[in-house]
Write a protein that binds this ligand. Structure first.
Ligand code: GLY
Length: 309
């Protein structure tokens, strides 16, 4: 068996080179392949460059890809493993809190295109996922926040105790519970045709806010605002009671929307149906997918903007 350790330049410096050297000394036939860190690298072009590197070094079907890094690395290297020689063995070692509790779990792999995120990819399960919270020691604050939002989201969709008692759990316990939420959902809906959509709570408006800010706002902050706004929509539609809404508002930082707030609505109004499908909450840990009239989304986003300016 030959091993290809795929990572980004930052993780290569922090851990990748050491891990590769260590495994090599233990007798593994392993080499490191890296690419520039960041979402901008998650492309077909980067995948092609990595594939060409593997081909040049005569990697064949007896290859195991080890993906070491955050969600960009696990998504990209996972997709590469799914297609290289029609599919080779894959081991994931997520190094960010977000990748540990979300991106590395559930077999979604893929790359972005100018037409949208993750538009090209495959469902491809790894042979193993190694999760070491020790990696979190070098993780920037912003990345830790992003993972915390994903853990709270897991609580909001399926684990009320995790949501309400988040601060009393250790990182390992909270992470373990969030992984279990995702494992249970994916076990029933691997191909994202039903309940897996619940995992998108906060992400519809979150992505719109992130894009409207020109990607100045971090993904974590944008999704946190998306969760609060989608909870407000749930309340406005009479699905979620006021007490549950105030618990959700208290769990996340205040919503401060980027200007002009109309930009947030742009991707939603492009949809000519006049209604948009959202993951909403009927209670903590009781999600539902519903079509929401664009006028109501507009009202909630407008009110949130007026409250913060
Ligand atoms: N991150 C959402 C999913 O895995 O379905």
């Amino acid at each position: 068996m030959r091993y290809a350790l795929i990572t980004d330049h930052i993780v290569a410096k922090l851990y990748g080179k050491k891990l590769c050297h260590h495994l090599h000394k233990m007798g593994y036939d392993i080499a490191l392949f890296s690419f520039p860190a960041g979402e901008a690298s998650k492309t077909r072009q980067t995948k092609e460059r990595l594939e060409d590197g593997l081909l040049k070094h005569h990697y064949s079907r007896d290859t195991t890809i080890i993906a070491l890094g955050g969600g960009v690395v696990t998504d990209l290297a996972g997709f590469l493993a799914a297609t290289y020689c029609r599919g080779v063995s894959l081991i994931l070692i997520p190094t960010t809190l977000m990748a540990m509790c979300d991106a590395a779990i559930g077999g979604k792999t893929g790359v972005n295109t100018p037409c949208g995120k993750n538009m090209i990819g495959a469902f491809y399960l790894p042979h193993a996922i190694h999760i070491h919270p020790g990696f979190l020691k070098t993780l920037p604050e912003q990345e830790l926040f992003c993972g915390t939002v994903e853990i709270l989201k897991a609580g909001l969709i399926a684990d009320a105790e995790l949501f309400f008692n988040f601060s009393s759990f250790s990182v390992e316990e909270a992470l373990g519970r969030a992984i279990e939420v995702k494992r249970r959902i994916v076990a029933h809906d691997m191909h994202d045709v039903g309940k897996r959509r619940f995992l998108n709570l906060g992400h519809t408006l979150g992505h719109a806010i992130e894009a409207a800010s020109g990607f100045q706002l971090s993904h974590g902050k944008a999704v946190a605002m998306g969760i609060v706004l989608e909870a407000k929509i749930s309340h406005r539609l009479g699905l979620l009671n006021t007490t549950a809404l105030s618990h959700i508002e208290a769990a996340f930082p205040p919503v401060v929307l980027p200007c002009p707030y109309e930009a947030i609505m742009q991707p939603l109004t492009l949809d000519k149906k006049g209604r948009f499908s959202f993951v909403l909450l009927q209670d903590i840990a009781d999600p539902v997918v519903k079509e929401v009239p664009v006028a109501i989304i507009e009202e909630i986003v407008h009110d949130a903007f007026m409250c913060t300016c």
